[in-house]
Structures are given as C-alpha cells and as structure tokens.
Design a protein. Sequence first.
Length: 291
Amino acid sequence: MIKKVQKKMMIKNINVKNKNRRVRMIQNNQPEKSNTNQTVNSIVNNENLQKNDDVIKRKNVQKRIRINTLPSIEKSLVPNHIQKTINNNINYSSVKPIFKGETIYLIGGGPSLAGFNFKLLNNKKVIAINKAILYYPKADVMYWTDTRVYNWFKKEIDEFSGLKYTIRNVSGPNINILRNTGKGGIEINAEGLRHGNNSGFAAINLAVHLGASRIVLLGYDMATTGKMTHWHNGYNNVNRTKESIYTNNMLPYFQTLVEPLQSLGIEIINANPNSEIKCFKKVSIDHALKY
C-alpha cells in the first residue's frame, strides 16, 4: 500500500513538472512534448531493475556459501595412483585400484597371530595396520586411524617406503589422508573410508578401494586371549581394551560390511576360526595363505 501511494505521488509530481514545462515551452514558442508515459515507464523499469539486482545479490551470497562449504578439487603432479584434492587446507587423496582383482592380506593385532612367520606373506599384497609395520616393513600399504600411532612410531612410518593412509590430519612424508565418512558400511568414494571404530574395519574399506577381489583378515580376533591383548607387546600407556568395547563399539559394525561386499563381488576370509567376528567365512591361517 505504501509503495502504491509513493508511486502515485511521484506520478503527480511528474505531472506538475510537465505542466510547468509546457507553460515554459509555450512562453518560449517551443513545441510541446509529452513524455509522462515514458517517465512512468522509466520508474517502473527502475523498480524492476532494483528487484532484479536484489535477487542477483541474494543468489551471489548463496553461491559463495555453497562454494565455501563444498570441496574444491585441484589435480597435482603426484604418482598415477594418487589424486590430491584440497578442502579446508587438508590435502585429501583418492585411492586408485592398483591391486585390482588380487587377494590382499590385512595384518591386524589380535593374539591369534602370536609367533606368526611374516615371511610367509612375501610376494603377497599386504596392508599392515598400526604397529604391524614394525614387524613387517615389506608391506605394500600401511594404515592407521589413531593419531597416537603416528606419534609413537613416527620414525618407522616416515621411513616406510610403501603407501601410507590415514583418516587423521597428520603431516609427514608421503602420508595420504582420506576423508572420515562415518562408521558402518563401505564408502564407495575413493577419497573416503568408513572406520567402524577400529583401524581393522577401515583397512577393509581401503582394500576395497585398492581393487581387492578377495580380502584375508589376519589377527582379527576382536577379543583378548588370557592376558594377551595383541600378538605384539601392545602400546605404551594404553589401557587394556575392555571386552565391552569390542562387543558394543566394534563388532556390530562388521555385519554392515557383509551386504556391500557381496554386491561388489568381493570375498572376505577370516583367518581365525576362533574370532569373535561371526559374519565372515572362517578358515585356518595355513589355509588362508594358499590364496
């Protein structure tokens, strides 16, 4: 209503000005030119332009917000199997399927691997998880989730010549950071991993990205054996993992892998007949090493 009144007043003022103009033109013997309609149209057009400007400004603001919240992608001169991207000052990597169609062995930390001869893994594709890298530095890939692992074993990890992956923002030589995209299931986007509250779970997702047709789990006990929590001597100043942590926070997520792995045609073998992970086929270590 206010805008309509203002418009009428503007038109009235224009009419008064035009009337005065006509009087002056007559006095000066000049021909009369009526441009009231043109002036009114100009006012309307100006108002429409102002509205359009406001809409454009709002869209530009929304666009800037979207740009700032979405990852920007930038290709870098890195090895063929890694494509770097930049998001919020973190360099994310994209895992390439360099082991496509192969069997990949994952070295977990469960006590069932106590006394294992790691030379038996020579000439196989291997992902060493956490501290396993100290005992089998010939692994093709290393993975860890807990930031403390890098703090504890920085020297060994920095010297490791294979591929290094984590979902933590750490800075070190040739460390490839992937996105933490949640807990359960399989992340199909090769820039991210699901972690299931433990490094062993995330390493399965990593093996999928690397192109595995079969994944063999070594030391995936998800339980302690007597006083043993690991096949190695554990981690400094870290309390013994409670059984309730395995039962409530870790084990349930492995079930969420079954259907996605089946749909991808990936076989998964648990090389510990006594493992608390019940949802995968179980075989002995000797049998698993035949693949």
